[in-house]
Ligand binder design. Sequence first.
Ligand code: CA
Length: 575
Amino acid sequence: AKGNVAAADKELLKYFRTRKPVELFGLDLENVKVSKLEQKQADEALEHKFYAHKGYQPSYFYGDDIDWRYWPVKDNELRWQLHRHYWFIPLAKCYYVTQDARYIDAWMEQYADWVKKNPLDGVERLKAAGASEAEIAAEKENIRFAWRPMEAGRRLQDLLTEFALTIRSPRFTPQFLNLFLRTYRQHADHILHNYSKQGNHLLFEAQRMLFAGIYFPEFREAAEWRRSGIEILNREIGVQVYPDGMQFELDFGYHIAAIDIFLKALGMASANGYESEFPASYVETVGKMTVVTWNLLFPDYSNPMFGDTKSHDKSSLQRQFRSWSKVFPDDKQLQWFATEGRKGALPDYTSQQFPASGFYVLRTGWDKDAAVTVVKAGPLAFWHNQPDNGTFDYWRRGRNFFPDSGSYVYAGDKEVTDQRNWFRRTQVHNTLTLEGRNLERTDSKCLRWETDGATDIVTVENPSYEGLTHRRTVWFIDRRFFVIADEAFGTAEGEVALHYNLVECDPAEDFAACSAATRFGDGNDLLLKAFGAERMERREGWVSRTYRQRTERPAYAFTVRKRAGEPVRLVTVLL
Ligand code: CA
């Protein structure tokens, strides 16, 4: 009040070093470990080589005098994610573990530099200074990347861990605390007034606001931050999760991320006495979401890469399952998948449908010799979804014969967006197109689901185009081979094509007979033969399991001319 800010900062620092500890869910100060990747991120950061995106390695050099606008490849993600500061927690951890001052100094310098060069009110400042239109436009563009609520939310969350790991360090100065607290409040306030409208971004932001509100009750607005986060999560869990337990973007990766968000929020609230702010139905819904997760997995813990899903690795999935298990200690199935069968019990069923989100899993077992087919035919969904209704993955004894093409990249300039659009196309999925176009409508329903007899049968139908409905029936005959019937009916005319995108292999092909076969020679091969097509053609095929990496694979189209009003029927055998 007397304006002696320096003395106040000093007292404040003393206070934060000795205040009653607030539990930061997910961080155990007694047990901080630096992973190999974190060590690399921290060491590179000392040289201003910033780990901005996993898909762009080795990390780019951002200049001795850091240029936060450097954008070597015009992929939006590369520029957005730079502002998530992935290497900050690694710097703080390395300092905490080694007490090597270089790490904490780099963190403080880089954060202060970022604050200085990315002011939220940059446009107003430039206007007041009489800057040119071009300068103002560039500033606006920079703020769009630096302060997107998704990125601001990530920083809001990570700054807590960085704070907890460094606050007791003698290098942490009162001046830095002042900067930290001022900008921390600015972040929370910015998100509070600019929450994303929907989708996983909104969930991430809400969870992080809850963390902020609970961890720093000293802020005047802390209770409001916490309440806004809890309110959004309680509302959105009803909006974003279908009754069958799948997150509404129909993307395995974001589905898992949503579970983590919901449980992190619950964990933070419970650790600090706020668990009653979440109703029992919240926990029940998350429980259902976990059930979907392991149902969609193949027995080797690999996953279908529908939508923007990438290939998840087994050990991280198991780690996630273990952390979910703590919330659901009585869930024997979850325990089984968390421990790879060392504890818990297998489900008492194999095949399972999730009709609200449109996932149909035909499964002969849960072991490595099983065969698992995941058919996808759901509702419209959102950004991370692709127009792929009717497609499927087929996994047998460790081999996925039809891995989804994946997503490769997100969005950016034309070159990057074109790459994304290639992987989104309907024809790079195992389904039916008209004139090679993407599906106009993705709103499937299930007409038949029979899995109790010797043969599993599933029929799904999608109003794919104006004047063309696609109905697909899959018979898994004696649970040994497949007959797939594809019917296209309606008033439309044009070339109908049935697409199959095979696993990477050197296939035997017989174009006259409309057939192709893998030649692995290990007793686990597949023969594909189509009936009713006029022509079999080789098409461009790729599969991408991680960001910006892809491998070529054989892909085929079986085409036939459809006349107006007349149906077309194609039958495929997969043996
Ligand atoms: Ca796909």
